[in-house]
Design a protein around this ligand. Structure first.
Ligand code: NAP
Length: 285
């Protein structure tokens, strides 16, 4: 380092419940890096002036969350192919003086599946529930890693179809779209919930799928991490399936962002351990 602390941030609106400062500050401490990471609540119309200010103050980079993930693209110098495919940026870093937008959500998801279960995507069949921003990142990463077949099941069929069309511009994999009523007859190896169903304070206690879809060789993954054990994960576990919670993806995308900024891959265990106390008992948060 050059003797000055590095400035980093996450910008979004609302930003109140973000765990990113906790994750990154833990990694700074563990690696002895002199840096600050702050959460800024930035209203949509203030995005350009805030990004300008971060450039002026020579921030090392920043994370971007809802509602700025797409709008920020026009304010940067370049975007990675991943961010361009998704039309969304979650991480901005500086390279040769240029501000580059990247998206580490999908790669972070794959990292967590590999780390927790040694799950190899190649040749597998997956059902993805939801067709929003999180679903896009996960689908892109799974298809890029050689998934054999993907069903996108969404409450509104048209949105699943729009996502499938977008993915089909980049991948040849067979993608089937529908609603939850059209659960595939074929073997499903991986089920991903990319909807907020089951989340604390939203559709708490609800299952996004009928309870008879699980089987013992299925990996069931929920992107929701409040609560840590969602109704979906509890039901899947009871049926003998393997499970994976949303905190792994959050930490994975954060660790990859950290690597873009500092060129060092931080300890995901350190980041996970820092986040846990914030989420334990999150039923009341
Ligand atoms: P989004 O863009 O708003 O998309 C939400 C999706 O959920 C849409 O497909 C929507 O369906 C569906 N949905 C919403 N309410 C529903 C309901 N009552 N029943 C069935 N489907 C419903 O949101 P997002 O950013 O993709 O986030 C989705 C979830 O992933 C959130 O819970 C978020 O917390 C989680 N997430 C986790 C991570 C992580 O790191 N673990 C990262 C990002 C997001 P329609 O199209 O029919 O409206």
């Amino acid at each position: 380092m050059d003797g000055f602390p590095s400035f980093l941030a996450v910008i979004g609106h609302p930003i109140g419940h973000t765990l990113s400062p906790v994750l990154h500050r833990a990694a700074f401490r563990a690696l002895g890096i002199d840096a600050s990471y702050t959460a800024y609540d930035v209203a949509f119309e203030r995005l350009p002036e805030v990004v300008r200010a971060m450039r002026t103050l020579e921030f090392r980079g920043f994370n971007v969350t809802i509602p700025h993930k797409t709008a920020v693209i026009d304010l940067l110098d370049e975007c990675t192919p991943t961010a361009l495919r998704m039309g969304a940026v979650n991480t901005v870093y500086v390279s040769d003086g240029k501000w580059i937008g990247d998206n580490t959500d999908g790669a972070g998801y794959l990292l967590s599946l590999g780390r927790e279960h040694g799950f190899a995507v190649q040749g597998k069949r997956a059902v993805l529930l939801g067709a929003g921003g999180a679903a896009m990142g996960v689908a892109d990463a799974l298809l890029g890693a050689g998934l054999d077949a993907l069903w996108i099941l969404n409450r509104h069929r048209a949105k699943a179809e729009a996502l499938a069309r977008r993915l089909a511009q980049h991948y040849q994999t067979n993608i089937v779209t529908g609603t939850i009523a059209e659960w595939p007859r074929e073997r499903v190896d991986l089920l991903i919930n990319a909807t907020p169903v089951g989340m604390v304070g939203f559709l708490e206690g609800e299952l996004p799928v009928p309870p008879d879809v699980f089987h013992e060789r299925m990996l069931v993954s929920d992107l929701v991490y409040r609560p840590l054990v969602t109704p979906l994960l509890a039901a899947a576990d009871k049926a003998g399936a393997k499970t994976s919670g949303g905190l792994g993806m959050l930490v994975g995308q954060g660790a990859l962002a950290f690597e873009r900024w500092f060129g060092v891959f931080p300890s995901m265990d350190v980041m996970l351990a820092a986040a846990m106390p914030e989420l334990d008992g999150s039923a009341s948060k």
